[in-house]
Write a protein that binds this ligand. Structure first.
Ligand code: HEC
Length: 227
């Protein structure tokens, strides 16, 4: 029936592009729908969490961890509710990952605590005896990068319209206000940590990368959707 088409390169190309574009539209169009907009109550990342997210990216955590829970029972039993596209509305870039050497982390904030992460990042086998995850001592030494994180949050606000400074949202303000909020939030994390060096450094106004990373890990899950 379509053999005439196969013999006619021009119409074949047109038909091919038409069919091909349907596949593209099916993937792209839903992203413009309301249901893929931020899910209700989703808040942007704070500056401290953004700094932690940068630590996560810089250290390549996504090479071993996904942040995407598929709608299969084996996954939802283990990791919690499956992922919705609207949950990633403020994730630039998204960190879905493509390999799970370790578990999915999209809802890790619902099950792990600050001191658990502290022990685990310092020495994974201290809390998970068979762990093959590397230890991350350097995160306890290096300072988190406030300036870059603030610049990123500010860019998200101005360029992408991420709702910072809206009622019920995350205040960003000017750089001094943002720094103050950053230190306060870091203080709450440090309070729940045991490492004395981290506490001493914080007294001197230093926020180590581990503090920002833990803030980020804690934000993964219900706390960012106001539940
Ligand atoms: C070489 C692969 C690898 C890399 C890189 C890696 N991890 Fe892991 N991670 C694992 C494995 C394997 C586990 C499971 C064993 C365990 O809990 O330690 C794990 C477990 C975890 C858990 C516990 C999750 C849970 O709910 O039990 C967290 C949190 C975590 N990793 C965070 C990170 C962060 C943050 C980074 C980057 C700084 C990172 N991982 C880098 C392999 C990796």
């Amino acid at each position: 029936m379509f053999s005439w088409l196969e013999k006619n390169p021009f119409f074949f190309t047109v038909a091919f592009l038409f069919v091909f574009s349907i596949a593209g539209l099916v993937e792209i169009l839903p992203d413009f729908m309301k249901s893929s907009r931020p899910i209700e109550g989703l808040r942007p990342y704070t500056v401290l969490e953004t700094a932690g997210r940068q630590v996560y990216i810089n250290n390549g955590c996504y090479n071993c961890h996904s942040q995407l829970i598929r709608p299969f029972q084996a996954e939802t039993d283990r990791y919690g509710a499956y992922s919705l596209s609207g949950e990633y509305a403020y994730d630039r870039p998204f960190l879905w990952g493509s390999k799970r050497t370790g578990p999915d982390l999209q809802r890790v904030g619902d099950s792990r605590t600050t001191d658990w992460h502290e022990n685990h990042m310092w020495e994974p086998t201290s809390v998970v005896p068979d762990s093959i995850m590397p230890a991350y001592h350097h995160l306890f030494k290096k300072d988190a990068d406030f300036d870059t994180a603030y610049a990123e949050a500010y860019t998200q606000k101005v360029v992408f319209g991420v709702p910072y400074d809206t009622p019920g949202g995350v205040p960003l303000g000017n750089i001094e206000e943002a720094k103050k909020a950053y230190m306060e939030e870091a203080g709450q994390i440090v309070e729940n940590m045991k490492n004395q060096k981290i506490k001493d450094a914080f007294q001197k106004g230093e926020v180590k990368e581990i503090v920002a990373l833990i803030a980020y890990l804690n934000s993964l899950g219900q706390s960012r959707i106001g539940k």
